[in-house]
Ligand binder design. Sequence first.
Ligand SMILES: N[C@@H]1[C@@H](O)[C@H](O)[C@@H](COP(=O)(O)O)O[C@@H]1O
Length: 309
Amino acid sequence: MAPVWGLTAGMEIRMMKGICNCPNIPCTYRNNCAACIAHSREEGTLCNCMEETAIKLGAELPVSFPDTEIFPDNEGMSRRCAQLVKECLVKKPDALLCFPAGSTVIRTCEILKEMQNKGEIDFSQADFVALDEWLDLEDESENCTNFLKKHLYNPLGIRPEKMHLFDIHAKDLGKECARIDEIIFQHGGIDLMLLGLGMNGHLGLNEPGGNFGDYAKVVELSETTMSVGQKYFSGPMKLSRGITLGVHHMFETKQVILQVSGTAKKDIVERMYKSRPTDEIPGTVLKLLPGGKVVLDEAAAEGIKNFFD
Ligand SMILES: N[C@@H]1[C@@H](O)[C@H](O)[C@@H](COP(=O)(O)O)O[C@@H]1O
């Protein structure tokens, strides 16, 4: 599939000459680094430090569209994601799975429950690790953990020892992040991570401007997330910080599936597909992940449908 973000010539150069050896790694100048541009002109290399960082983390070049599947509606999109979870568990019954806490995943969770009722899927050996969680909430009853207990863990009968959740009351949240990282490392990485896309392009709570090289971390929330996040609570909720798996985990996950549904997401999906990989739109990392796949419904894909003619 042809790339759409104007790098066709650059990609040819990159494949012939490799990447630039700019000393600013990771480069905070992104695409405007003078050293990179000079290398690019003089040596015919590619001036994109983010891609260089990504390669170090295991990405495969050339970078182009993520593997993408588009379904007519939310039902089709949800069924495909449930099918991918099933295929993962058939191959590896004791897989480590990671689910997002958001509206998009709800139908997928219901379908997984239906499959379990029919004996088509077996979660008894699977482990789950939390993707993200809000910090400092006045009332935690509607936080991400309780959302997933309601929609996923409780309906599927997942035992507490199989759920690896952030202890948001840990005295040292840095150590808590390291503890969750260690659980993931001990499992040999996450086998399947299902993600939703934030209205600002975030993945988990990896907000715009974060570092693709980070493992689990505590983050300050963006204004967009603080306001969009209100939808998860029955009354106004002060949101300020979160704890999240980092993008580095995504590079080490065997299969990362980003599911996106609905018209409200069409603009951010279009931006994500048109942009080169950048931490300003974390969803663009799907273009770099060796095991990345995007599953959309037509409403979310409206702005990119002409890319797939
Ligand atoms: N922290 C969560 C993410 O993990 C979620 O996947 C994403 C999309 O949510 P939704 O599916 O509700 O649009 O944003 C939320 O803020």
